[in-house]
Design a protein around this ligand. Structure first.
Ligand SMILES: C[S@@+](CC[C@H](N)C(=O)[O-])C[C@H]1O[C@@H](n2cnc3c(N)ncnc32)[C@H](O)[C@@H]1O
Length: 357
């Protein structure tokens, strides 16, 4: 959507809980030789929040008023599949616009960033947008972070033969709950974060500021950030983007209830909820929610949760920033805007940020 995104986002509901998960995380799915050594190093790290973390996050979210869950819960394997369909819909132009912009400007971006970079993508999804950057920048390594484990593993597997000279590290995690990046030889060097899709819009402005500070910590003192930001635009366009006629946006949100049923032994009846996406001008955001069609009580792991008729469970925000507003937000988080690339219609901007002294 030309104006749209729907990436990540945890909300206030998550915090130190998932850090615990990271500390206790296990698993490596693949091994690859580190270039220049015979020593195998993991090419995939699984730091997904634990089931206990999930329970805590969902309980916190359902207790909040209004009820709201972290946006990353939308992305199980089916959620990731549905998100890809959304990106193909005629109403949702964000992906096409940002992809074209990256293709057009990859050379200029690579020249600006310079050589010898470790590229770290937050919320990589299918990792297709990064292609032109990998081509032009030839980073010393690329790390793709995403919460959707199987989808991420497939994305990394597809990328490796296409860019054989670039070590590709997949990290399944909630990046909003990470204090540091894992110790890994491929992550050593000058890090540049890549955060496309206007995914920062999933966070409230206050949480977005916190996230940008956290990215600074994850990327290190000389870390830089390339971030895609969707601009506010005509309300009809914005609302159409999140209400595609084919119904993928609705299916994507309703899949959250299927996920809760599966992962938390729930008894949500998705038919008893309808999807709603509406522009809230006072917050410059699209709010996406599942609205209860009637008064009802649902259970998760045997625990009852009541919904009044017309009560909303907010599944996601998509906050839109014009250039000045985003530069001001970034500055509050200690980032300085260095350069900006935009599509010809001014729908979306790519901001290159460096850390202020
Ligand atoms: C809106 S999609 C964007 C995908 C891709 N970057 C793009 O621009 O098309 C958001 C992606 O971020 C991932 N994601 C969302 N919240 C996350 C979080 N807190 N931690 C890690 N990944 C997250 C989702 O699984 C999804 O793949």
């Amino acid at each position: 959507m030309t104006g749209t995104d729907r990436s990540t986002g945890s909300s206030t509901a998550q915090s130190s809980d998932t850090t615990t998960a990271i500390a206790s995380a296990t698993v490596q799915v693949a091994h690859t030789a580190h270039p220049g050594t015979a020593e195998p190093v993991p090419a995939f790290l699984d730091l997904h929040p634990t089931p206990a973390d999930l329970v805590r996050l969902v309980r916190d979210g359902l207790r909040s008023q209004p009820k709201q869950l972290p946006a990353w819960l939308l992305y199980d394997q089916e959620g990731s599949r549905l998100f890809e369909r959304i990106c193909e819909q005629p109403e949702y132009s964000l992906t096409r616009t940002e992809t074209a912009l990256l293709r057009r400007e990859a050379g200029a971006i690579a020249a600006a960033l310079g050589p010898g970079v470790v590229l770290v993508e937050f919320g990589a999804g299918n990792a297709r947008k990064v292609g032109p950057l990998l081509q032009a920048l030839q980073p010393q390594a690329y790390a793709a972070l995403d919460i959707s484990r199987e989808h991420l593993a497939q994305a990394c597997a597809a990328l490796r033969p296409a860019y054989p000279a670039t070590p590709v590290l997949g990290i399944c995690c909630d990046y909003s709950a990470m204090d540091t990046l894992p110790l890994h030889p491929w992550l050593q060097g000058r890090r540049v974060g890549f955060y496309p899709g206007s995914s920062i819009g999933n966070f409230s402005p206050a949480d977005a500021e916190t996230l940008l500070r956290q990215f600074a910590r994850l990327l290190g003192r000389d870390g830089q950030l390339l971030i895609g930001i969707d601009q506010p635009k005509a309300v009809t366009r914005l609302e159409a983007a999140y209400n595609d006629a084919a119904g993928y946006s609705a299916a994507f949100a309703l899949n959250l209830l299927h996920r809760l049923n599966r992962d938390l032994d729930g008894d949500f009846n998705p038919e008893a909820f309808r999807y709603r996406a509406r522009w809230q001008a006072e917050h410059s955001r699209i709010e996406m929610a599942l609205v209860s069609k009637r008064h009802q009580t649902v259970h998760l792991q045997g625990e009852p949760w009541s919904f009044n008729q017309e009560e909303a469970l907010i599944s996601e925000y998509s906050v839109k920033y014009n250039r000045e507003a985003f530069v001001a937000l970034a500055a509050r988080a200690g980032w300085q805007a260095r350069r900006h690339w935009a599509d010809p219609d001014g729908d979306l901007g790519l901001h290159w940020l460096v850390q202020a002294d």
